[in-house]
Each structure stands twice: as C-alpha cells, then as structure tokens.
Design a protein around this ligand. Sequence first.
Ligand code: ADP
Length: 158
Amino acid sequence: MRTVIYPGSFDPFHNGHLDVVHRASRIFDRVVVAVARNESKQPLFSVDERTRLVRESIRGISNVEADAFEGLLVDYVVRRQACAVLRGLRAVSDFEFEFQLALMNRRLNEQVETLFMTPKDTYTFLSSRMVKEISRLGGDVAPFVPPAVVAALKPRRP
Ligand code: ADP
C-alpha cells in the first residue's frame, strides 16, 4: 500500500490542487490531502472548514482522503505510514522554497522522500491568494475552484 501525503494550507482548495490530486491518485494507492493548521498564516478559513472543502472537492475519487494535521510534517508522514510527500510546482519561482523545504524535511527524517508534480498548464497561474483576491473584489471564481469552494467564498465577500 503506497500512501503519499499532499500537505498544504489549502486556504482554499482550488482546481490546481485538484489537478495534482487527480494525477497522484493514478500513481499511488492512497493520497492524503493533509491540511496544515498554520494559524501563523492567518487563514481565511479555519482548519476544519478547509478540510471540509477539500473533502467535498475530492468526493468521487475513491483513493483520496482529506485530513488535518498539526506539528511537524515528517512526524505526520510517519504516523500515516506514508512513503512520500507530494508538492506541486507551478513555476521556477516555486522551486527555491520547495527545494529548501524538501531538504529540511530530509534532514529531519532521512526516510521521507519529497516528490514534485506540475499541474496542467492552464492551472500554473492559480493560487489560493489569487482566488481570495478575485473573490474579495467581486469577481467570478467559479472557473478556478470546485463548487463547494465557490459557495463557501460567497458569504465572505465584503
Ligand atoms: P502552502 O502549502 O505553501 O501554503 P498551498 O496550500 O497553496 O501552499 O499549496 C499546497 C501545495 O499545492 C503546494 O505544494 C503548492 O506548491 C501546490 N500548489 C499550489 N497551487 C498550485 C497550482 N496552481 N498547481 C499545482 N500545485 C499547486
């Protein structure tokens, strides 16, 4: 049973994240989308809301699940008996930070591998920050996020 952990803030989950999840679900036996509590980032949605939105967005993909976690990612990976961490790479600009993170996680636990996947080219410009900004300014986010996230963003508009 090969389990991969796809960690992130997912504030909120969008179609770029979903694209990576779809791709990973064809390679691994189980994909766990792991929502980090990350209160220091002052998220728009609570960790429970973010996890619920992931869960509703991945409904129908049988080998994917949503979970929330706190603390060190490498410890969570061990707890879930996963073999790797999955991160998305949109552009070269993501690389430096992701490279640092992967090496630090390896330093913390030699057994934990990090793998990278790129989304479909049409999603490379997508980020949770952009989605929140478009929504805040009254734009239509439906092309960028799953329906559950569209519904959750609506009442948050000013
Ligand atoms: P972070 O975990 O840095 O707070 P996110 O929650 O936005 O960032 O993203 C979680 C993971 O998904 C990260 O690996 C990030 O690089 C990746 N990701 C974000 N946006 C996209 C996208 N449009 N396409 C593919 N992967 C993405």
